[in-house]
Design a protein around this ligand. Structure first.
Ligand code: TRP
Length: 322
């Protein structure tokens, strides 16, 4: 098994391309990692929909309760003729609730890396809101983006980022992302952010490793995805999903644990795993409220209201450009 360092020393253009491949880079690291975006192929998206309905996965349920209760308040605070941008497009229930609550929304801009997903979102939302100007933006929301022009009379731009997805960024990236949203939405910008601050290991581990194995299937699907796109030889049946609460880092770690010692080929490179060795696929940070408030303020946001959900786990943050 060659290491990344040895491959860098070869210094041929083709090898550089390999070194830059984050799948191979991650598998050379310790602990091994696979990029979390591999969770979301068509099957992954389907499984994630199911996760949102499993009994142990409280974030969706608690956030929906918060939206039902507080959207009227949020909409009143924001006023009319705002446009909504949503990184990671959703034609789902949360987006519809927000658009229905807002008075005369000016435009809806779903942002997604999947063109197919965007097209579906746009079609569904145009059907549900026939007078709404829906302008899909095809792009990676972790990279700089340019928004379409807003219709005349637009009063503000609201970024909607529910689902505790902020916790899936590493902390420095979460801060950078909030700063980017502040830039993107401008001086008449607003933000509705959904976060999870649960610190209880039992309910967290249950939420990320449910009894029916839906989350396990979602996580294991990463291996099938790598097999398909990098001619890899992972045997999903030789791995088990595990969710580990890391209290020191305030995060749940998603791991695929090798059940035996094995050798895997990925894009022509060989990797060895010992029995019990994990591959980390995702971090779900559960920052405490003061940490989130601090991130928002540093990113140029002023917190207007914080709505606290059941058992003080989920929160909705309403912020405006400071
Ligand atoms: N944003 C979701 C969360 O952090 C994503 C998610 C739910 C997830 N279940 C998962 C990611 C399991 C990886 C594995 O709650």
């Amino acid at each position: 098994m060659r290491t990344i360092r040895e491959r860098i020393d070869v210094s041929l253009p083709a090898h550089h391309a390999l070194v830059r491949d984050d799948i191979l880079t991650g598998l050379c690291a310790w602990p091994k990692r696979l990029p979390c975006r591999l969770l979301y192929d068509a099957r992954g998206a389907e499984l994630f929909e199911r996760i949102c309905t499993v009994a142990e996965y409280y974030p969706t349920r608690d956030e929906l309760d918060l939206l039902v209760t507080h959207l009227p308040d949020i909409a009143a605070a924001l006023g009319s003729h705002g446009r909504v941008i949503e990184p990671g497009s959703g034609a789902g229930i949360k987006t519809r609730m927000l658009l229905a609550a807002l008075e005369s929304p000016a435009q809806y801009v779903p942002i997604d890396v999947s063109g197919e997903q965007l097209a579906t979102t746009a079609r569904d939302l145009r059907e549900a809101f026939p007078t709404l100007d829906v302008r899909p933006l095809h792009g990676d929301y972790t990279q700089p983006l340019v928004l379409p022009p807003s219709p005349p009379g637009t009063r503000f731009t609201l970024a909607f980022f529910p689902g505790s997805t902020l916790g899936n960024f590493e902390p420095a990236e979460a801060s950078a992302f909030l700063t980017r949203l502040r830039m993107l939405t401008g001086d008449r910008g607003a933000l509705v952010l959904g976060t999870d601050s649960n610190q209880d290991p039992r309910s967290l581990v249950a939420a990320y490793d449910d009894a029916d194995g839906v989350t396990a299937a979602f996580d294991l699907n990463v291996l099938a995805h790598v097999n398909r796109i990098r001619e890899a030889t992972f045997e999903p049946s030789s791995f088990v999903h595990r969710a580990v609460w890391d209290a020191a880092h305030h995060r749940v770690e998603m791991q695929l644990v090798s059940t035996r010692s094995q050798r895997v080929t990925v894009a022509g490179e060989q990797f060895e795993l010992v029995a019990g060795e994990p591959i980390v696929t995702e971090h779900c940070y559960k920052h405490t409220p003061p940490v989130i408030a601090d991130m928002l303020v540093r990113a140029g946001w002023q917190v207007v209201s914080v709505y606290i959900g059941r058992d003080e786990r989920m929160r909705l943050w309403l912020a405006i450009a400071a």
